[in-house]
Design a protein around this ligand. Structure first.
Ligand code: TYD
Length: 223
């Protein structure tokens, strides 16, 4: 067991461009000799990927959506994330619970208190991260928040691909989601790094690299 695992998440509204930096992030950590587990939410296990298909395509009420998102997360945490962190790996995860508070909470207007309860059930220690008491929730060490105006994100997405259920939402939905992320970031400034995603891709990448260096993540554990 090692306590050097690093849990890094990427967040932002659809079209913010976060996923385009995953390859470079993975390579950066590998160059430091780290083993990287690259994964995503909803998803990351066979069961969670099945749930992802339902969540992204089927209409459903916000509680159903939240339960499915957290069911997928539970499987992912137990099967993939906790074991990888216990081995000392870097877990590079495209979205995690901040997305639930931003999309289901702020975007759909669903009850944050219910989401917090689900978060506690799902992220409480079971498999047990080294040194983490059962009462301490699993949370990312660092969250890169790709912040972009919803109008610009919509332009970037337009015509890029067939939109899924969320991508097809109007810009007002994404204004609420963006505000949800901003609120999460200001409530946990130690964990969140705001990346100005309106810049050119190279400059965005420079911000990502600089933020990780500033956080000292390459020296080993961030916690
Ligand atoms: P996304 O991460 O953007 O993947 P892709 O690049 O393949 O489109 O898509 C996941 C979608 O799921 C995104 O629109 C946000 C949504 N989502 C939620 O609504 N709640 C959640 O908890 C998570 C993790 C994602």
């Amino acid at each position: 067991m090692s306590d050097n695992g690093l849990f890094l998440t990427l967040e932002g509204i659809d079209g913010a461009g976060k996923s385009s930096h995953l390859d470079a992030l993975e390579a950066l950590f590998q160059a430091q000799g780290r083993t990287v587990v690259r994964t995503r939410e909803p998803g990351g296990t066979a069961l969670a990927e099945t749930l992802r298909g339902l969540i992204l395509e089927q209409p459903m009420d916000p509680l159903t959506e939240s339960l499915l998102v957290f069911a997928a997360r539970r499987d992912h945490v137990v099967q993939v994330i906790e074991p990888a962190l216990a081995r000392g790996d870097v877990v590079l995860c495209d979205r995690f619970t901040d997305a639930t508070f931003a999309y289901q909470g702020a975007g759909r207007g669903f009850d944050d208190a219910v989401l917090s309860t689900l978060e506690q059930w799902v992220q409480a220690g079971r498999a047990g991260r080294a040194g983490r008491p059962a009462s301490q929730l699993l949370q990312p060490d660092v969250t890169l928040w790709f912040d972009l105006a919803p109008e610009i994100a919509a332009q970037r997405l337009a015509g890029a691909r067939v939109p899924d259920k969320f991508e097809a939402q109007p810009v007002e939905f994404f204004r609420r989601v963006a505000q949800g992320y901003a609120d999460r970031a200001s409530a946990d400034a130690r964990r969140f790094v705001r990346i100005d995603a309106s810049q050119a891709r190279d400059q965005v990448w420079q911000q990502v690299e600089a933020a990780l260096v500033a956080r000292g993540v390459f020296a080993g554990a961030a916690r």
